[in-house]
Ligand binder design. Sequence first.
Ligand SMILES: *[C@@H]1O[C@H](CO)[C@@H](O)[C@H](O)[C@H]1NC(C)=O
Ligand SMILES: *[C@@H]1O[C@H](CO)[C@@H](O)[C@H](O)[C@H]1NC(C)=O
Ligand SMILES: *[C@@H]1O[C@H](CO)[C@@H](O)[C@H](O)[C@H]1NC(C)=O
Ligand SMILES: *[C@@H]1O[C@H](CO)[C@@H](O)[C@H](O)[C@H]1NC(C)=O
Ligand SMILES: *[C@@H]1O[C@H](CO)[C@@H](O)[C@H](O)[C@H]1NC(C)=O
Ligand SMILES: *[C@@H]1O[C@H](CO)[C@@H](O)[C@H](O)[C@H]1NC(C)=O
Ligand SMILES: *[C@@H]1O[C@H](CO)[C@@H](O)[C@H](O)[C@H]1NC(C)=O
Ligand SMILES: *[C@@H]1O[C@H](CO)[C@@H](O)[C@H](O)[C@H]1NC(C)=O
Ligand SMILES: *[C@@H]1O[C@H](CO)[C@@H](O)[C@H](O)[C@H]1NC(C)=O
Ligand SMILES: *[C@@H]1O[C@H](CO)[C@@H](O)[C@H](O)[C@H]1NC(C)=O
Length: 452
Amino acid sequence: MKSVLLSAIGSVVPRGGLPVLLLLFLAYFTSTSTAYDALDPTGNITLKWDVISWTPDGYVAVVTMFNFQQYRHIQEPGWSLGWTWAKKEVIWNMMGAQTTEQGDCSKFKAGIPHCCKKDPTVVDLLPGTPYNQQIANCCKGGVLNSWAQDPNNAVSSFQISVGSAGTTNKTVKLPKNFTLKAPGPGYTCGPAKIVRPTQYITSDKRRTTQALMTWNVTCSYSQFLAQKTPSCCVSLSSFYNDTIVNCPTCTCGCQNKTAHGSCVNPDSPYLSSVVSESGKAINTPLVQCTSHMCPIRIHWHVKLNYKEYWRIKITITNFNYRMNYSQWNLVVQHPNFDNITENFSFNYKSLSPYEGLNDTAMLWGVKFYNDFLSSAGPLGNVQSEILFRKDKSTFTFDKGWAFPRRIYFNGENCVMPPPDSYPWLPNASSKLVFSLLTTVIATLASLFILLN
Ligand SMILES: *[C@@H]1O[C@H](CO)[C@@H](O)[C@H](O)[C@H]1NC(C)=O
Ligand SMILES: *[C@@H]1O[C@H](CO)[C@@H](O)[C@H](O)[C@H]1NC(C)=O
Ligand SMILES: *[C@@H]1O[C@H](CO)[C@@H](O)[C@H](O)[C@H]1NC(C)=O
Ligand SMILES: *[C@@H]1O[C@H](CO)[C@@H](O)[C@H](O)[C@H]1NC(C)=O
Ligand SMILES: *[C@@H]1O[C@H](CO)[C@@H](O)[C@H](O)[C@H]1NC(C)=O
Ligand SMILES: *[C@@H]1O[C@H](CO)[C@@H](O)[C@H](O)[C@H]1NC(C)=O
Ligand SMILES: *[C@@H]1O[C@H](CO)[C@@H](O)[C@H](O)[C@H]1NC(C)=O
Ligand SMILES: *[C@@H]1O[C@H](CO)[C@@H](O)[C@H](O)[C@H]1NC(C)=O
Ligand SMILES: *[C@@H]1O[C@H](CO)[C@@H](O)[C@H](O)[C@H]1NC(C)=O
Ligand SMILES: *[C@@H]1O[C@H](CO)[C@@H](O)[C@H](O)[C@H]1NC(C)=O
């Protein structure tokens, strides 16, 4: 039955159309129905606890956080990590990080622990911390870059000295119930698991030694858990049609004309006072008034057509007055990313989450040139062009083929305009094809639900 349906589609959809459709369709299902990210299937943050010495009442461990996610990073104000002790442990001292609360240490008369809470919460120290409180890879203000973009800065460590009367290497109990906030919700962490054999790299990175005991915790992200409203959208234009297809209206919220402060106009006298308001958490956005109200807009312009090549221009615009993005990245899915010829002024890396799937790329800024996306205003945009080599068997300007299938900004899915609004080639009878496609998608969707 499936094959009958597929061949039926084959006859309706012209060259190049079917894979696109299927990908869109699969992407839709995998991104909405599970926590799992189809473009980064093994993406996770791993915490590794290496016990480096036993102490009279406990142990000293180096805790290292690896951000193995290809394109999702943790930006200011940074991560916080919590757990629950299995017994009556206390933290005697920490290097490279600190707990947010000391808790009740009144039992201790001499030698007061750093933290006596049953469920401590740890935050990173800021850069510039005095040398005697540091260890290697610490003190980044909780900021962790993504693995594809900057693996050297995707790792963070702290050292913890744990005490609990009577703990030995035979009785040590692993901490439980790990929680990672970045800083909001979105991550869930599994249980700690003992790892053998254990290797531990000393803090000068020049020697690998054996840890006495090691356990790992894996945390993974889910956009569903984060329960974020969309935070970015995509607009489209092309050289062959004057229409600029804007982001869908109210993508990230609607303007409320009666409530002040839902958004600001760039010429409003009120602007300077709200932007400079100090003490406001930087993760409460203050956006410029637009029809879509998104803090971020990605514009994809199909710019030029050559005989063998074609060229696009991507512009990222920041509409948030309260946010600078210092390590922004884009993930873009388009069939021609299997053969990119030249990237101008953005870094580029092909992402191949699966064998044979190479239509996805990651783009990010060039250091000291456009890696910093300033807050809303005249400087709040970055742009780049990409030159693709045409593959004669799939290339077409027809039916919106030249537009991206999916775009993520900093790991968040950006809302695309509806496919039937894409700019047409002059005289194209796209209306008919698109309505056919919509019917086919609906049919396929119901079939997939039945098959699952
Ligand atoms: C976490 O990511 C690493 C690196 O990609 C991978 O090797 C490992 O299997 C992942 N762990 C889980 C539990 O997915
Ligand atoms: C526990 O420590 C003792 C001595 O410190 C050592 O001989 C033993 O191998 C250790 N056991 C484990 C499981 O690490
Ligand atoms: C685990 O942590 C969460 C949040 O800190 C808390 O709500 C929950 O009760 C904890 N569960 C256990 C078993 O400690
Ligand atoms: C534990 O974490 C380390 C560092 O991320 C990794 O190399 C190792 O494969 C992990 N082990 C397991 C069993 O997950
Ligand atoms: C607009 O804001 C006012 C005052 O805050 C509120 O009462 C009203 O419900 C809002 N309208 C919409 C459409 O959100
Ligand atoms: C953004 O960066 C500029 C220049 O570094 C700085 O002046 C401004 O205060 C920053 N804005 C925010 C909201 O962090
Ligand atoms: C990619 O481009 C090269 C020339 O730059 C061409 O030889 C090759 O066939 C192209 N590959 C695909 C998959 O289109
Ligand atoms: C294209 O991307 C590569 C890989 O990130 C980078 O080394 C190169 O500088 C980029 N090219 C330009 C012109 O920005
Ligand atoms: C993309 O995948 C196709 C089919 O597996 C392969 O022929 C092509 O060489 C790949 N292109 C790149 C750039 O890896
Ligand atoms: C441009 O595309 C729009 C659809 O977005 C269509 O309504 C319009 O007719 C097209 N213009 C031309 C000249 O084809």
